[in-house]
Ligand binder design. Structure first.
Ligand code: BGC
Length: 446
């Protein structure tokens, strides 16, 4: 009897050891000795595009949408005037020119254009149109995101992306914007960070609508994929040479203890839900048990947003209050709490490369009010991009998040991601040291 028990336990131990060894080998977690790397040894192709990114709700100000409503109802810090960019956009675009940028990613605010269902605000559309003319005059390529976390209240009340029947009205909005701007805008992101939107809004409850249900989360994930696919095909039909993609946040999930089978299981499950299921949707037209045939190959480029890796273990947080960001001993924490892990940027590129489309880095940056970490953060991440290009990755652009400090969603104005610091009392903008470093790198293209 004892002998059997010992035999069974030893077999189980051997199997888990085998699995852990296999996973350790299949998913390495490289850490470089940054002291030994010459971060100045970077170079970029002549046509490489340098940019920054923003999103409407975070900069425009005075919006009435699902987010402002959520801020009020949950007594979150209010976005309010944000950067008052809706009024100051010309001056803000001077900052793009001053940085020497050739591309700028920003989003269109649906709630401005269609504040109540079926009523269209032509003036707002004209302003977006003027913004695009102005960018083009400056020699800056506009990259337009159609949905960056915010949408009209009336649409949220109908269930937003949780209700599949709402996709046609989203499509209608996208088509309207496309009809008005696609004579001048070539590059489009349908949806920003579908996994962040669905997890934060429907699992962790920190984004609107503040729900906490795994079932709803998967439903929203699938509807986002359906919506993206519908928009992709409809816009391509209108203009076959439009370049349409989406911005995917690739967060890596690594086991806290690389010898623990449990930590490995948790990290693989989360990685699949966050990254793998989504990639499968695009590659195979199937996602989380549903067939979404139109999603297959519905990308002309992939927008890659990269920030960090999460170290996961048995303890799984179910709300952001419980969310503690673990880090390796030698890793540096960012102000957001998660570690700076530039090595993961390369892994994120490797993750998206089976999609076989060009990569645009649509976001990368760090919360750092005093700009103590951002210079190093920027240099490390740009070194990774430069090396990846040398190794054959087709990376077309790098958009730093963000042009200026802005409203950081559930974190309010606490987190400062800007190359320009913003004083929200008087709306003064000031180029940070890291902004000057970026400007210098851009001027030398390396
Ligand atoms: C979002 C941005 C956000 C940034 C920094 C990304 O997930 O697209 O809107 O501000 O991360 O947290």
């Amino acid at each position: 009897m004892w002998l059997w028990l010992i035999l069974v336990l030893s077999a189980l131990l051997a199997i888990s050891l085998f699995i852990v060894l296999y996973l350790r080998n299949k998913h390495p977690e490289p850490h470089y000795n940054w002291e030994e790397i010459d971060l100045n040894a970077i170079s970029f192709p002549e046509k490489f595009q340098w940019g920054t990114a923003t999103a409407a709700h975070q900069v425009e100000g005075h919006l009435s949408n699902n987010w402002s409503d959520f801020e009020e109802k949950n007594d979150f810090e209010r976005s309010g005037a944000a950067c008052d960019h809706w009024n100051r956009w010309k001056d803000d675009f001077d900052m793009l020119t001053n940085l020497g940028l050739s591309t700028y990613r920003f989003s269109i605010e649906w709630s401005r254009l269609e504040p109540t269902e079926g009523t269209w605000n032509q003036e707002a559309m004209e302003q977006y149109s003027s913004m695009i003319d102005d960018l083009l005059e400056r020699g800056i390529r506009p990259v337009v995101t159609l949905h960056h976390f915010s949408h009209p209240i009336w649409w949220e009340e109908k269930g937003g992306f949780a209700n599949r029947n709402n996709i046609p009205s989203f499509l209608n909005y996208c088509e309207k914007v496309f009809d008005a701007l696609s004579d001048r805008v070539d590059v489009w992101c349908t949806i920003n960070e579908p996994t962040v939107f669905s997890t934060m809004g429907y699992t962790l409850g920190q984004f609107p609508p503040g729900k906490r249900s795994i079932l709803l989360t998967t439903k929203v994930m699938k509807n986002l994929m359906r919506a993206h696919a519908e928009v992709y095909h409809s816009l391509k039909e209108k203009k076959p040479d439009a370049v349409i993609g989406l911005a995917k946040n690739v967060t890596l999930f690594d086991p806290l203890n690389r010898w623990s089978p449990i930590d490995w299981i948790v990290s693989r499950i989360l990685d699949y839900l966050w990254n793998g299921a989504w990639r499968k949707g695009i590659l195979k037209g199937k996602m989380l048990g549903s067939r979404i045939p139109k999603a297959k190959n519905s990308l002309d480029f992939i927008g890659l947003n990269y920030y960090t890796h999460f170290l996961t273990g048995l303890f799984m947080p179910t709300s952001t209050e419980e969310l503690e960001f673990a880090k390796r001993d030698h890793e540096i924490s960012t102000e957001f709490g998660y570690p700076m892990y530039a090595e993961g940027f390369r892994r994120a590129m490797e993750f998206v490369s089976p999609l076989s489309v060009p990569i645009e880095i649509t976001e990368n940056g760090v919360a750092d009010e005093n700009d103590t970490l951002r210079p190093e953060h920027l240099k490390r991440h740009l070194w990774i991009v430069s090396e990846a290009i040398k190794d054959g990755f087709d990376i077309r652009s790098y958009h730093h998040w963000s042009l200026m400090d802005n409203f950081e969603w559930a974190e309010g104005y606490k987190m400062r991601f800007g190359l320009h610091a913003v004083d929200f009392d008087n709306q003064q903008r000031k180029l940070r040291k890291s902004g000057k470093i970026f400007q210098d790198i851009i001027s030398k293209n390396g």
